[in-house]
Design a protein around this ligand. Structure first.
Ligand SMILES: C[S@@+](CC[C@H](N)C(=O)[O-])C[C@H]1O[C@@H](n2cnc3c(N)ncnc32)[C@H](O)[C@@H]1O
Length: 278
């Protein structure tokens, strides 16, 4: 059952695929959902014209998803996705779920309406370089959060805990997707584990897949937009020749943290393709 999804980019609504996955089959989830950023109460991105966000990449939302739900509906949806993710990870599995806290109507909107009834183990601060939003009512936000949710038997790879819980990593600059993960961030997460099967239900431009493949792990990538699936496929092909992870390996640390020999037998050349469920 799982085999049919391994090392594939699946063009689908993630819930349709998650519901088909058996319990306890995934080692690691690494993901960043749409943030619902266009649903803003302030001088933000709501109408796509005003405010200081006018030049932000996400002003148009995603290719076929407008990122603008009433917050209650959004939180309910994300919580349902989260429950599926918890169900599919193994007893030694973990989920790294990236999100952003923000101020709405003058009050902090944290993500407690999504992250509840889950084994939350730690919150990692991803400190970005700079930020946008020049609201005089509060300090310029410069970090995002990564909820590290782990079932009881999960352990980090040897020595990975020395990274600490505040990670200063530059946001991605060279990627056409409006909200890509930096490769370095995903390299840090995946190489801090010994996980073999890695799932990203909101795969976007394929960063999780590219890093997983580069580190000799298996991936399952789900993405609603056909355009982003095509970009991810193209990127995976390029990575066979020039792996993007290569530039982030700190040789000493890396050789300690990452199992250099992948546990799965790699085919001579992985063949990637998109499978559409639409
Ligand atoms: C924050 S982006 C992820 C970016 C990704 N981490 C990367 O490195 O490019 C969220 C993605 O979720 C996708 N998306 C939105 N709703 C979805 C759904 N129901 N199922 C699957 N993907 C969805 C959007 O098209 C968007 O590409």
């Amino acid at each position: 059952m799982l085999e049919e999804y391994l090392n594939k980019i699946i063009n689908a609504d993630c819930m349709d695929v998650l519901k088909k996955l058996p319990d306890n089959c995934i080692d690691l989830v690494v993901t960043s959902p749409p943030y619902n950023l266009k649903n803003s109460t302030g001088n933000g991105m709501k109408d796509g014209r005003g405010g200081k966000w006018a030049n932000a990449a996400l002003i148009e939302g995603y290719e076929n998803y407008d990122d603008c739900m009433p917050n209650e509906e959004y939180a309910k949806w994300q919580h349902e996705v989260m429950m599926e993710l918890v169900r599919v990870i193994k007893d030694d599995g973990a989920i790294f779920y990236n999100h952003k806290w923000r101020v709405q109507a003058g009050l902090m909107q944290d993500r407690r309406d999504i992250i509840y009834d889950v084994p939350l183990r730690q919150i990692i601060i991803w400190k970005r370089k700079g930020g946008i939003n020049f609201n005089a009512g509060y300090f310029l936000p410069t970090y995002e959060v990564i909820y590290f949710i782990a079932k009881k038997d999960f352990k980090l790879a040897p020595h990975a805990n020395s990274y600490g819980d505040v990670w200063e990593i530059m946001q991605e600059q060279r990627n056409d997707h409006p909200a890509p993960f930096p490769v370095e961030l995903i390299d840090r997460i995946i190489s801090s584990t010994t996980s073999q099967i890695i799932l990203d239900p909101f795969m976007g431009s394929g960063t999780t897949a590219v890093v997983a493949a580069g580190l000799g792990r298996d991936f399952i990538g789900i993405e609603k937009s056909e355009k982003y699936c095509k970009s991810a496929l193209e990127r995976l092909e390029k990575n066979k020749v020039n792996p993007e992870v290569a530039k982030f390996h700190q040789p000493m640390l890396f050789s300690e943290v990452v199992p250099i020999t992948p546990t799965r037998k790699k085919k001579k050349k992985d063949e990637y393709h998109i499978e559409s469920l639409f």
